[in-house]
Ligand binder design. Structure first.
Ligand SMILES: Nc1ncnc2c1ncn2[C@@H]1O[C@H](COP(=O)(O)OP(=O)(O)OP(=O)(O)O)[C@@H](O)[C@H]1O
Ligand SMILES: [Mg+2]
Length: 312
């Protein structure tokens, strides 16, 4: 198997879990079994059958997650889950809590209460003294490794070359030897089309190229979920496409992606589901076609028409 492919797959699979092929087989088998269960008119059974939610262990479960800054509640009991290989776009007006939600999942922010589970390991946050696991640093580190975050402002180290930027965390965080780290870094860089720029410094790259290096830096760490917070917002319009293309390729290859974006057409196209946040609450969680066809509220409707007309 080509090394590039290993990196992409390494980000989303490990031996203990279901790969794309056997998942398809499992879904097929389940569909057949479920056909036998469901009786005509048994709408409840039909409605509950969703293999993504019930039969494939979710990679991420967010349960009643809340976050307050002082007295101001920013996230309010947000609950959703992601299956392996799913792409979910988080949408909503400015200030609705999208970035805060990503940052809580990555523990860049400490949630106020709730529970986050990544691949079966959970961290519960409670206000009761001695009950919260948020003080367990090793666990937080593990969660950070499993959830790689790409920011709007690429955050590359200016005094490191492209290869240095990607290699460093592999050595210092994952404890890889330099040679192995460099191999892994080059694979990730080829994946985003940046291997030939390995010896350049960030200041010698365009914004789109810098963002692709930032994506390679996360990819090389082989996270289970990639979190993107408006990865193209800081870019000149002509550079947006190259970054979206990289994200699309990762999605097509089966990466699990939670993406905040204002690129609504892209989101609609690439996502399995779209989650609309309003004032820190999850207002709709649906497949894109359903969300666009049947917005759950006036707020969703207004938001979609404003972003779609702005993009037209
Ligand atoms: N560190 C902080 N301290 C206090 N308030 C904060 C902090 N970070 C975010 N907020 C507030 O939380 C709310 C949600 O912010 P957040 O950045 O999550 O929104 P967003 O949906 O990502 O918005 P945008 O689309 O503009 O990026 C905002 O009202 C913001 O001012
Ligand atoms: Mg934001």
């Amino acid at each position: 198997m080509a090394r590039d492919r290993c990196v992409a797959e390494g980000a989303v699979t490990d031996g203990s879990r279901i790969d794309g092929h056997s998942r398809q087989a499992a879904m097929h088998e389940l569909a057949q079994t479920t056909d036998n269960w469901a009786r005509p008119g048994d709408e409840k059974m039909q409605a509950e059958w969703d293999p993504r939610r019930h039969d494939i262990p979710p990679v991420l479960k967010v349960h009643e997650l809340s976050k307050a800054f002082g007295a101001v509640r920013i996230l309010n009991d947000v609950t959703f889950r992601m299956a392996e290989g799913e792409v979910i776009s988080l949408i909503g007006a400015s200030g609705s809590g999208k970035s805060t939600l990503l940052r809580c999942i990555n523990f860049l922010e400490t949630p106020t209460s709730g529970r986050i589970e990544v691949m079966g390991d959970a961290i519960s946050i409670t206000n009761r003294p001695g009950k919260s696991e948020i003080t367990n640093r090793a666990k937080i580190r593990l969660f950070r490794q499993r959830t790689g975050m790409v920011f709007q402002s690429f955050n590359l180290w200016p005094h490191r070359t492209v290869i240095g930027n990607v290699t460093e965390a592999l050595v210092y965080v994952l404890g890889k030897g330099w040679r192995e780290a460099e191999d892994m870094a080059l694979s990730a860089l080829s994946k985003v089309g940046m291997a030939e720029f390995r010896d350049r410094y960030p200041s010698q790259l365009s914004g789109g190229q810098q963002q692709r290096v930032a994506i390679a830096r996360v990819l090389a760490m082989r996270p289970k979920i990639m979190l993107f917070d408006e990865p193209t917002s800081a870019l000149d319009p002509e550079l947006v496409g190259e970054v979206l293309k990289v994200i699309r390729t990762l999605a097509e290859e089966g990466a699990t992606i939670l993406l905040v974006t204002h690129e609504m057409r892209f989101a609609r196209d690439v996502s399995n589901r779209m989650i609309f946040l309003r004032k820190g609450m999850l207002e709709q969680d649906d497949a894109p076609e359903e969300l666009f066809r049947n917005p759950a509220s006036e707020a969703v409707k207004r938001f979609l028409s404003s972003v779609m007309s702005a993009a037209a």
